[in-house]
Ligand binder design. Sequence first.
Ligand code: ADP
Length: 345
Amino acid sequence: MKQISPKIAVLIIAILISGIVFLALYLYFPSEYNIAMTAAIIGTCSAFLSSLILFFFLNQIILKKIDRLLDTVKNYRANSDNPSPRPNYTNNEIHNLDLEIHAWAEDRKNENEQLHKLEVYRKEFLGNVSHELKTPVFNIQGYILTLLDGGLEDPSINRNYLIRAEKSVDRMITIIDDLEAISQLETGELQIEPERFDIAVLVKDIIDAMEMKATAKGIILTIPEDNKPVFVYADRFRIRQVIVNLIVNSIKYGKEYGETKIRFYDIGDTVSIEIADNGIGIAKEHLSRLFERFYRVDKSRSREQGGTGLGLAIVKHIIEAHNQTINVMSTEGAGTVFSFTLKKG
Ligand code: ADP
């Protein structure tokens, strides 16, 4: 029901009171019609005026309080994180207060939902981190216990177990480095420091550094033969991390004797960088979740390959910090194409 404004309410009450007074006086002097009528008119007028004045003052006191309440709720909402837009006010103060309180309740509800989501994410994240760290820690513990139980004196295993323990420590360092990178990216601590550079040269450097890893699997890494410079404006160090992660994945999930092609496309104000492999590919149902932290299509294969499940999440954060986009296209069994854009330099 549409709410009656306090001013209209005052008027209605004043008319009602004066009506009652008029009726009472008229009934009190039933024989003397003129006297009754005059008394009734004077009584009604004075009752109407006095009730109008009385209610007006009462209303002013109440309205002031409502105004103060409205200001408090308004300020509280304005100072909270992500307040919803101000409701459309009418000239009815009570109705406005009602709107503000509803908006405030809605904001609190959204805030609670957000907190709940964060809580779920925090629990999930902690669970994932401890799960990832558990395997190398238990491995190291196993090797040390075996060495302490006499293995140290056994030349056939002592060196071997130490090498294995060192590999597990390396694994832990990789996980911690990735965790550190993702937490810096997510808390916004990491500032993007853009500069103009030739991304074709950067890709060439990365390919040279990765050649051994690729050849171990018989994979060829190729770049456009024309050697044309491709200037972009981006954070060179972070983009190096993006390209390394994508090329490492193309090797990890590539077929033996396969190929990874890196290509550049000119798209208006941006350059699109494409990393395409002819590896195992990714089934359609996984594509939308691929950039989530710790999401892996095949957990054991990823761990076996030294993956942390954080590589693509880091890649996405870096590209988004540049206000650019990254896409993936894949066909199971045929290969995968990752492409991201950067501002032209
Ligand atoms: P990981 O450390 O497991 O490689 P990423 O975040 O880099 O983690 O990748 C997430 C998952 O995406 C991988 O576990 C893998 O299943 C899939 N993936 C990533 N890149 C490729 C690729 N080029 N080909 C096939 N699968 C891929």
